[in-house]
Design a protein around this ligand. Structure first.
Ligand code: GRF
Length: 203
């Protein structure tokens, strides 16, 4: 089973996939990592693990359509079963999403449907929420709006600021994201009628 992972930054979620493939929790091979920002730490993580690390700088393209067209070509070269967005900070075109519909996952650092978009941790604190978390979901054309697969929930403490909360949530992201990918690759998880269908044998 083959994965391609798209990143923009530190790549700690990418690292959780690398670790999970190495320790046997995730039965897959990461065929390539594609990053849209130069100097991202995630590119080094990929190289260190011996995974082809491709820089595709979006600023070198005319617009979203041409960038996404190139992205599709690069990804399809590896014929992945599943495409993983791991902190990939680009809005994707409808054409891209359609091309990978049902085999494209994202992780978002909030309890969706709360707080799609940016600054999720600060927004949860400002709202006085008791809980925050992260959601793995299928990607559809609606930004951060596709069907949820699994969530991690943690309590927000009075001492929390956005960065302490982000750090604690990230540790949970690293557990739930490879887990969801493994379910998918085992054929236990599907997108059907705009719902995430999880076979009960997954649990
Ligand atoms: C994570 O919080 C993820 O949920 C969000 O971007 C962050 C990426 O972090 N979409 P990293 O690059 O995986 O360390």
């Amino acid at each position: 089973r083959k994965l391609v992972i798209l990143i923009s930054g530190s790549g700690s979620n990418l690292q959780s996939f690398i670790d999970a493939t190495q320790n046997g929790q995730l039965n897959a091979s990461i065929e390539a990592v594609i990053c849209n920002r130069p100097n991202a730490l995630g590119l080094e993580r990929a190289a260190k693990a011996g995974i082809p690390a491709i820089l595709l700088d979006h600023t070198q393209f005319d617009g979203r359509e041409s960038f996404d067209a190139e992205l599709i070509q690069r990804i399809d070269h590896y014929q992945p079963d599943l495409v993983i967005l791991a902190g990939f900070m680009r809005i994707l075109t409808p054409g891209f999403v359609q091309h990978y519909l049902g085999r494209l996952l994202n992780i978002h650092p909030s309890l969706l449907p709360k707080y799609p978009g940016l600054n999720t941790h600060q927004r949860a604190i400002d709202a006085g929420d008791a809980e925050a978390g992260a959601t793995v979901h299928f990607v559809t054309e609606e930004l951060d709006g596709g069907p949820a697969i699994v969530q991690a929930r943690i309590a927000i403490t009075p001492q929390d600021d956005a960065s302490s909360l982000a750090k604690r949530i990230l540790a949970h992201e690293h557990k739930i994201y490879p887990l969801a990918a493994q379910w998918f690759l085992e054929g236990r998880l599907k997108l059907a009628n705009n719902c995430a269908m999880l076979d009960q044998t997954a649990l």
